[in-house]
Write a new protein. Structure first.
Length: 527
């Protein structure tokens, strides 16, 4: 029955992969992907192949949660060894590129002393020829600037690395995305297609609009066995929520972590889309609750819990544009989100601080984002101000209160927000946890631990509220929901510093007559 109407089942999850590792900005953007492959993923796989038991034991140890340990049973170690060999053989160009980046940086460290940089160009490794510019800042600190669009056209961006796994939400936590490659499995439909493949759009459209097995099979280029497997992911009826649209006024729904859906009858905005597919849990909004049409998806920054391809890929074809912050153009630590998403077939709007993007009946204004990036020169980060249905929301993501005066400028420019959504992951991971592969000069443990991925603590959040002056404050983006475990790997309990800081901030809000809350699971505001 290949021509009866079918819908994609509610509980289908998608994992976009590159060389079987979960795809995110730093494993997709070519230069950063090469660095991560060479200096993180290959060494990690080598370590696993040497002693799988060490990795398995570490993966089972709650104290080491979020560590770089491959969580794959020893009985499959031969497959991991094969993956390692395949990467070394087929990605030799990328591994050479990574070595060339390290070499170029060493060249600058040794030779860029404030004098003419021209003599250094012939000494650059050939892999970087035509791909980089060398430049000083006004303090004579030299750096390599990558001409990123060219990197996407080079051997460093090969779409054959990309594939997609489809399966049913297991209801248990998936392995940590930064450490554990995804091997094939009996319950997994493997699609060896690039992320921009139009068949994916056809597939995900079938969440809201009927398709047929025949049509999907053709769109996704499936063989017989794959078509049978796809059949298990389909249903003869949609599972959409009746109240996913509204008929009057405005509504904001918290979908978990940093994901908010802001709606009017005529428009819908989603922030940092990361949405559960587990509709049976009953304690959350899921993809079933998403409006059919989304005008704008706002991305606040490039961390793997905010630009989440497993959700974003499902929005292609139903989102007007993805709004992303403009990066520094070419810094190793600051890859362009716009370039990555455009190569995946998304319409993208890139914004600078205080630039506006209108949508029917409202507007979004990009606002500055402070800190939370280990003091690296990363400018691809933005908070947002959203006006709709007569109310305004300040979407603060992980922006910190290291200099609360910034938020006074936001208020001076834009007025007082009704709702402020603030991240308070105030004891984030150290520098090396996320950026190790990009650091070609080792940093000490002490230095790394002094530079954390931290948002606001209680005092800073209170200072933000004082300057910003919003009517209501909601702490979000804490990574606490169970369905985020494979991305967040957080370990909070009631004694955790972060949660105590949240309580302290909520007490401060109560003392100052500000309505406030700590978001968890789901919440709705309606006016
Ligand atoms: Fe972050
Ligand atoms: Fe975050």
């Amino acid at each position: 029955m290949t021509d009866t109407p079918v819908f994609l089942r509610s509980k289908v999850i998608v994992e976009p992969l590159v060389d079987r590792f979960y795809a995110w900005l730093h494993t997709v953007a070519p230069i950063q992907a090469a660095m991560n492959l060479a200096y993180l993923q290959v060494p990690m796989l080598e370590s696993y192949v040497q002693s799988p038991q060490v990795h398995i034991a570490a993966s089972d140890n709650p104290a080491l949660r979020g560590g770089y340990f491959v969580n794959i049973g020893a009985e499959r170690s031969a497959e991991v060894a094969e993956l390692l060999e395949t990467i070394k053989r087929e990605r030799a160009d990328m591994l050479r590129l990574a070595a060339a980046v390290a070499e170029a940086q060493e060249l600058l460290r040794a030779n860029a002393t404030g004098f003419d940089l021209t003599p250094l160009y012939p000494k650059l490794p050939p892999e970087l020829g035509g791909l980089v510019e060398l430049a000083y800042d006004t303090d004579n600190q030299a750096s390599v600037r990558f001409i990123e669009p060219l990197a996407y056209a080079s051997e460093a961006y090969v779409e054959s690395r990309q594939s997609v796994q489809l399966s049913l939400e297991p209801g248990t936590e998936r392995p940590f995305i930064l450490s554990t490659p995804r091997l094939p499995g009996p319950d997994v439909l493997e699609l060896p297609i690039p992320f921009r493949h139009s068949g994916l759009e056809e597939l995900f459209r079938a969440r809201t609009t009927a398709s047929t097995l025949g049509r999907l099979r053709e769109a996704l280029e499936l063989d017989d066995a794959q078509a049978v497997q796809l059949g298990t992911l389909l249903s003869d009826r949609p599972s959409l929520s009746e109240d996913r649209h509204i008929e009057a006024g405005g509504r904001i729904r918290y979908f978990g972590h940093a994901c908010l859906v802001l709606q009017t009858p005529e428009a819908a905005i989603v922030t940092d889309p990361f949405i559960s597919a587990d509709s049976s849990a009953g304690d959350r909004y899921t993809l079933d609750d998403l409006p059919d049409r989304i005008d704008l998806a706002l991305i606040t920054h490039g961390h793997q819990d905010h630009i989440v391809l497993e959700t974003l890929l499902q929005l292609r074809g139903r989102v007007g544009a993805i709004v992303v912050p403009r990066p520094s153009r070419g810094n190793l630590e600051d890859p362009s989100m716009a370039l990555m998403l455009r190569h995946m077939g998304f319409p993208v709007i890139e914004v600078d601080d205080f630039e506006e993007v209108p949508f029917p009946g409202g507007k979004v204004v990009a606002t500055p984002f402070l800190g939370e990036h280990c003091d690296l020169d990363i400018r691809g980060k933005s908070t947002y101000w959203v006006e709709l249905a007569g109310r305004t929301a300040y979407v603060g993501a992980d922006s910190s209160g290291i200099d609360p005066q910034l938020y006074r400028h936001v208020r001076n420019h834009l007025g007082t927000a009704h709702y402020a959504f603030l991240g308070m992951e105030c004891d984030g991971a150290p520098l090396t946890w996320l950026y190790q592969a990009l650091l070609t000069k080792p940093v000490t443990r002490k230095m790394s631990k002094s530079r954390k991925l931290s948002g606001s603590n209680a005092e800073q959040a209170a200072a933000i509220m004082t300057e910003l002056g919003a009517n209501e404050a909601y702490v979000y983006a804490m990574g606490e929901e169970s369905w985020l475990g494979h991305v967040m790997a957080t370990t909070y309990n009631e004694d955790t510093y972060q949660l105590k800081q949240v309580d302290e901030f909520l007490t401060w809000c109560a003392d100052h007559g500000i309505k406030a809350g700590h978001l968890f699971g789901q919440q709705e505001w309606r006016w």
